[in-house]
Design a protein around this ligand. Structure first.
Ligand code: NAD
Length: 478
């Protein structure tokens, strides 16, 4: 028996949770339930995170969490429970299978069967944003080696476990050579450990275009957070119905399973909601806790029900459907089909897979990190970069000399183009003159000279080399 935490959630949540639990129990799932309250009621009772400390304790003790959809109340101040849960529990992998069920669910892509594995904790979703000048706001994109290694390894292990043939990686490392470059590099390193699984890398723009046009060329796709967030919705939608999808959020210790869709308040209480999204989350949960036979039994019974044309209103279609049913009738139909397999759709086999337990991340030995210079960002309201350079040169010394100025990344000094549009946000790069070595104190002194000269420095970024390799980007055009 595995004890799991459940939260029915809001709107249609209680109806689809009951359906999901009824099917799991009828299929012989070896689980016991610990129920918590989260979502709208908790938010409106004054808890801005939508979850109480006691509920956290239950989730952390049981480690496995099946979550119904929740309504985030309108108005400011309420934090997204999903984002908080993923990050607080270290749920680094978001897994979304997207499979077509043609001809029973209409889609332009009848042969599509892909799994999107999205990094879930970092990237632009670190949520670190600052307004630095009148005109410019920054959002930090943080990509870490542990983050990349964990998600890429998860993708290959998932492929191995589920008999998938290929793992593709989408990044934009032609532009973001350091951050996306690291993701791509780690992908190459880890792919080499799995010679029996094909791998390829796509620049995200053409990869996304191909995924939307010819998804059948892909199998498992692994991506950083933002790209994965967007493309997993695209992938679910083009299977024909975003409403059927489930998703898993996996961490080293805990895991959370849910439907992709929300709480659908318009249809709540009418007993017509389709429970399939949450059921798919539950099937992933059963696989995760090693109850693969039960997961397989439910998935095949569900496929048979869909194939028999027994459909809830959202997927009912004259011609392909045979009977429009409500939530309870759909649930009963799936239960009646337990033990059977679809005859036209491909049945699934999850049997005898080992539980996907990845080792804990082991931190690497530190690299040889050397200070190589500094970028000082300044607000300056002029327009001629040469004029700014004259001002900035007043604070340089041999140990830190002005080597370039960029504006939104493009080189404007020396030898900039007068056509380049400049904002009030300038990056001034200082590097030691040949033969000089620098220390952190040199940066402090540089900054204090900037204060004396009334230069409005808004932030600094130290430049480092790691094992002799530059850990910073060049100016565009440099
Ligand atoms: P939604 O997914 O709830 O609904 C979108 C559309 O799909 C609606 O027409 C709805 O009736 C329909 N739909 C959704 N699930 C269905 C089902 N199981 N069966 C039949 N039809 C279904 O998205 P929304 O309307 O944008 O959001 C409603 C609320 O849900 C909001 O408060 C939002 O914040 C929340 N939400 C929660 C989650 C989550 O908890 N993971 C995810 C998305 C949205």
């Amino acid at each position: 028996m595995t004890k799991i935490t459940i939260a029915k959630g809001d709107g249609i949540g209680p109806e689809i949770m009951k359906a999901t639990l009824d099917i799991m129990m009828a299929a012989g799932a070896q689980i016991t339930l610990d129920e918590i309250e989260i979502g709208e009621k908790v938010y409106l009772a004054g808890n801005t995170s939508g979850i109480s400390p006691e509920a956290w304790q239950t989730i952390r003790a049981n480690k496995i969490f099946l979550k119904g959809p929740i309504t985030t109340p309108q108005g400011g101040g309420y934090k997204s429970l999903n984002v908080t849960t993923r990050k607080s529990l270290g749920l680094y992998a978001n897994v979304r299978p997207c499979r077509s069920l043609s001809p029973y669910i209409h889609t332009k892509h009848p042969d599509m069967d892909i799994v999107i594995i999205r990094e879930n904790e970092e990237d632009l979703y670190a949520g670190i944003e600052h307004q630095q000048t009148d005109e410019v706001i920054q959002c930090l994109k943080l990509i870490s080696r542990p983050g990349c290694e964990k998600i890429v390894r998860y993708a290959f292990e998932y492929a191995k476990q589920y008999g998938r043939k290929k793992v593709s990686c989408f990044t934009k490392d032609n532009i973001m050579k350091q951050t996306d470059g690291l993701f791509h590099q780690v992908f190459n390193e880890i792919a080499a450990e799995y010679p029996n699984i094909e791998n390829d890398h796509w620049i995200i723009d053409i990869g996304a275009a191909r995924m939307a046009d010819t998804p059948e060329i892909f199998d498992v796709i692994v991506m950083p957070n933002l790209y994965g967030d967007i493309l997993s919705d695209v992938a679910a939608q083009i299977t024909g119905s975003v409403g059927l999808g489930g998703s898993a959020n996996i961490g080293e210790e805990c895991a959370m399973f849910e439907a992709i869709h929300g709480s659908a308040p318009q249809i709540s209480g009418q007993h017509i909601a389709n429970p399939s999204g949450l059921l798919h989350g539950a099937i992933m949960m059963l696989n995760h806790i090693g109850q693969n036979e039960v997961a397989e039994k439910i998935q095949n019974a569900w496929l048979k029900t869909i194939e028999d044309g027994i459909h809830t209103f959202d997927i009912y279609k004259e011609g392909t459907s045979t009977r429009q049913v409500n939530t309870e009738e759909f649930t009963l139909a799936v239960i009646e089909n337990l033990g059977q397999k679809p005859s036209k759709l491909h049945p699934v086999t999850f049997d005898h897979h080992a539980v996907l337990n990845l080792p804990k991340y082991q931190r690497k030995a530190p690299q040889d990190k050397q200070l190589a210079g500094v970028d000082i960002f300044v607000q300056w309201n002029g327009s001629d970069p040469n004029e700014l350079a004259t001002l900035i040169k007043k604070i340089e010394k041999p140990e830190l000399k002005l080597s370039m100025i960029t504006n939104r990344g493009i080189l404007v000094y020396p030898d900039g183009f007068k056509e380049t549009f400049c904002t009030d946000h300038w990056r001034c790069r200082f590097k030691p003159q040949d033969g000089n070595t620098i220390h952190k104190n040199d940066i402090v002194h540089l900054l204090s000279r900037a204060v004396e000269e009334n230069i409005d420095s808004i932030k600094t970024e130290n430049l480092y080399t790691f094992n002799g390799k530059a850990g910073y980007s060049l100016g565009q055009g440099q």
